[in-house]
Design a protein around this ligand. Structure first.
Ligand SMILES: Cc1cc2nc3c(=O)[nH]c(=O)nc-3n(C[C@H](O)[C@H](O)[C@H](O)COP(=O)(O)OP(=O)(O)OC[C@H]3O[C@@H](n4cnc5c(N)ncnc54)[C@H](O)[C@@H]3O)c2cc1C
Ligand code: HEM
Length: 370
């Protein structure tokens, strides 16, 4: 661990237990000193759910590995154009962060700690600003019209929208979405199709109980509504040079990016076997199995195994999808794509590690903090 990293971690322990208060203070300072920034944030500011402070702290703590995060920070900066963030805002946010840290750490805060946080923040901010600048030929966000909206189960909807301007992305990537029912609240959803000539994009959305954006997308959005889309992000894309066979593991709407990857394969693949494992609680949540089965009937290289964890009558596999995948192994020489809830992704990664699958062959997206 570098000296910088050690200083950052050590100093964070001084405030860690007061995170909620620190967050309230941070936002209060930021908005008091820069009232114009308030309009960039969601209308209802819920400090516990607000993402900015937690994200900055995580980014600062990982500053030791700048190469790994360079690409992520660049695309995060690009993505921040959707919030109307300008380069000068970084100083305002950094200033509020430093004030909050100093206030809550009290007497134990040292000059070294102060310098370490300022240095780390500056590195990250510079990468994000560069990412935003490099993207200046694209719009900060895309307006898109909802063309279709289909409820596939109690909680799941598949919706198709078409951006008014071309939005380039790769199969497997995700895109921020905002709708008029929850203004300025953006959440990411994976594109569920490979790029099409008409530019339309499908999303598979599950409404989480009290979830603000997902509930609106499933229960309120209708054809004809306009939604906004941010710049695509994510690196769970196909390595087109690899010749290895592929295993895809999807839990619930984690199928979305997997479906996009399969669709990409249908355009080019002749030689790679693709095994898809699709798991859900019950058969209702296997909302797109019929379509997967049609694809498997059409493409001899594609096989689909579906499993339910809480539906004993389901005519297929039963149990956790990670266990089902293990039962079909060994998978010694395969590329893996894993997508779903954080718990599902965690248990699949654990299983794959136990099966000695090298981590470098696994790409994954967890739909939340993993
Ligand atoms: C890379 C990535 C790709 C994603 N792709 C997709 C996708 O294709 N499809 C998709 O449906 N989602 C996807 N998600 C998840 C999505 O971004 C949102 O996090 C999700 O829709 C919840 O947003 P929300 O505004 O409705 O919930 P929020 O208001 O943000 O609340 C969510 C929080 O509330 C809690 N919560 C509330 N209700 C429940 C509940 N019933 N069960 C569990 N926790 C609950 C959780 O702690 C969670 O942290 C993806 C996430 C990531 C990171
Ligand atoms: C080191 C600098 C920063 C980092 C690492 C960072 C990171 C993040 C991340 C990861 C998110 C959540 C992802 C998302 O919703 O798209 C987020 C949200 C946000 N960021 Fe930043 N950000 C930084 C600086 C800024 C600055 C300078 C502004 C301008 C005021 C800003 C404004 C916002 C807003 C408005 C949100 C949404 C908040 C919410 O929905 O609660 N960020 N940030």
């Amino acid at each position: 661990m570098s000296n910088l990293s050690r200083l950052l971690k050590e100093s964070w322990t001084l405030v860690e237990e007061q995170q909620d208060k620190l967050a309230s203070y941070f936002y209060a300072r930021m908005f008091l000193n820069n009232p114009q920034l308030r309009d960039l944030f969601p209308v209802q500011m819920d400090v516990q759910r607000s993402r900015l402070l937690g994200a900055i702290v995580t980014a600062v703590q990982t500053v030791d590995d700048p190469d790994v995060f360079a690409e992520y920070l660049q695309s995060l900066g690009r993505d921040h154009r959707k919030f109307h963030v300008q380069p000068e805002h970084y100083d305002a946010v950094g200033g509020a962060l430093m004030e909050a840290l100093r206030t809550f750490a009290g007497d134990e805060w040292t000059v070294e700690f102060d310098q370490a946080w300022r240095d780390a923040y500056a590195v990250i901010a510079a990468k994000m600003i560069a990412g935003a600048e490099a993207d200046s030929t694209n719009p900060p966000y895309w307006h898109a019209e909802v063309l279709y909206h289909e409820r596939r189960s109690q909680d799941i909807a598949v919706l198709t929208c078409r951006p008014l301007q071309p939005l380039e992305y790769r199969a497997g990537q995700y895109i921020s979405v905002e709708c008029k029912y929850q203004p300025r609240l953006w959440r990411v959803y994976s594109a569920a199709n490979a790029p099409r000539k008409d530019g339309s994009i499908d999303f598979h959305v599950r409404a989480l109980g009290a979830g603000w954006v997902s509930s609106a997308l499933v229960r309120r959005v209708q054809p004809g509504d306009m939604i906004r889309l941010g710049a695509p992000m994510g690196s769970m894309v196909m390595d087109r040079r690899s010749t290895r066979d592929i295993v895809c593991v999807a839990g619930g709407t984690g199928l979305a990016p997997i479906k996009a990857l399969i669709e990409e394969m249908t355009r080019a693949n002749r030689t790679r076997w693709v095994h898809v494992f699709f798991g859900a609680r019950d058969r209702d949540d296997l909302y797109d199995l019929a379509c997967l089965n049609r694809l498997a009937a059409r493409y001899p290289w594609l096989s689909v195994v579906a499993a339910t964890s809480d539906d004993p009558e389901f005519p297929g596999e039963h149990g956790k999808i990670s266990d089902v995948v293990a039962g079909y192994g060994p998978w010694n020489d395969h590329d893996f794509f894993v997508s779903g809830s954080p718990q599902m992704v965690r248990s699949t990664l654990r299983t794959l590690a136990e099966m000695q699958v090298p981590a470098i062959r696994i790409k994954y997206d967890a739909f939340g903090d993993s």
